[in-house]
Design a protein around this ligand. Structure first.
Ligand code: CO
Length: 152
């Protein structure tokens, strides 16, 4: 009787652990950007246990979006040049991201000083240890504003 109760308890615990392992886990990431055309992070680490990333971009400066606008675009590192050049053609009305650009894994809108923006995206879009970068697609910014996103 007693051992059966213990066994039942163990089965319940194992079931709860299995459910927890399969459950969604949202990992929050914060990054700041400034009037100095900089992000405050050059690398973002995302653990493989995260099923979703909730990313918040802050613009801690004072300049408006049409002068010192920043967004946060995630893509394979090899796609930065193509995405930014098509983004410039798409213009400010599209936050300098070409609509429907399949190379873009995730992106925020373009913000100006004093603003913040949050997006959420699933990590199933990422391969472990793939070469990913985040960058600002405002014309001329990606050279200064870029970093690596490590999913591991
Ligand atoms: Co920018």
């Amino acid at each position: 009787m007693k051992s059966k109760t213990i066994l039942t308890a163990l089965v319940l615990i194992a079931g709860a652990l299995a459910a927890q392992g399969a459950a969604a886990k949202t990992c929050a990431v914060e990054i700041n950007s400034s009037d100095a055309m900089r992000y405050d992070k050059s690398e973002i680490d995302v653990a493989a246990s995260c099923t979703e990333v909730k990313l918040t971009l802050h613009h801690t400066g004072k300049l408006a979006a049409n002068i010192m606008g920043h967004n946060w675009v995630l893509a394979k590192t090899t796609d930065i040049a193509g995405i930014t050049s098509d983004g410039i053609k798409a213009g400010a009305a599209n936050d300098y991201v070409a609509p429907g650009d399949a190379r873009v894994i995730a992106h925020t809108k373009l913000i100006g000083g004093g603003q913040s923006t949050t997006i959420q995206f699933p990590t199933k879009l990422l391969s472990r240890n793939g070469d990913y970068s985040f960058f600002c697609s405002f014309p001329g910014h990606s050279g200064m504003m870029h970093g690596k996103l490590i999913f591991h």
